[in-house]
Write a protein that binds this ligand. Sequence first.
Ligand SMILES: Nc1ncnc2c1ncn2[C@@H]1O[C@H](COP(=O)(O)OP(=O)(O)O)[C@@H](O)[C@H]1O
Ligand SMILES: [Mg+2]
Length: 266
Amino acid sequence: MSRVEKFNPLKASTLSRKRDHERAGRRAEAVPISEITFEEVKRDAVRFGLATEVSSQMNAGKEASIFLAHWKGHPIILKAYRLWQTSQAERRKGFYALEKMESVAAKEYDVLSACFKATVHVPTPIGRVGNYLTMRFLGDSSDPAHQLKDVRLEDPEQAMEQVFDEYLIMYRDAKYVHGDLSAYNILWWRNHPWIIDVPQAYLVGPWADMKVVVHLLKRDILNVLSYFKRYGVQGDPDHILKGFLSEYVPNNLRNSRELLGVWTNE
Ligand SMILES: Nc1ncnc2c1ncn2[C@@H]1O[C@H](COP(=O)(O)OP(=O)(O)O)[C@@H](O)[C@H]1O
Ligand SMILES: [Mg+2]
């Protein structure tokens, strides 16, 4: 047994059984959601030192489940990425479900950390082991904050400004494009928008593909604007996009072709 294996906290968990299975030379198969039970999640989270208690499941999305957990009586959020079926194409590339699941959780943790350090309103990341991560619980006692889509805003115009201000800090200072920003992935709490669900964020560094950056930024901006339309609040997506790009573009990419297109509105 290697040193790494010996101290691997995932050993003997559902995850490692699955991994052993893979190591035995067989490919990961689709694992139905029900295979990871609430009890297993609870046992893993406590044993990994991520929570002292897992109380209830709040949400089950396509790739992850959200649990209300506790650390010594304080509410926290536990997000568990689940196994999902790897596509034929991915299998051919040798990229398997387990590695993917862990790397997605690690990515979300890293992006949350970068955003938090840049003072974006995101749930403070707490810990990450394997496919599990924990973060600050946004809400009061055990009443979670609502998604933006479910709140009735008193001052929608100001709220929209707050959302784009938050996003600008994320883009300019944390240097990430969210990539899935919408009224579902923004929580409204204490009169402020909080950005969540960041595993697909795209790093806007010197190696970024500005075509991808512009595409994702535009889509995020349009998603946010489409939500605010219900209040009759409008915004000019091109103007907002240009505002973002004028605040930050990696130095080496200032003259990239895609950007010149954006500037000249082609
Ligand atoms: N830190 C948090 N505090 C309170 N509620 C949360 C938190 N994180 C997630 N949630 C709730 O769980 C839902 C799903 O979380 P999200 O990270 O968007 O996962 P998914 O990948 O399933 O969309 C959110 O819309 C929100 O209602
Ligand atoms: Mg989400």
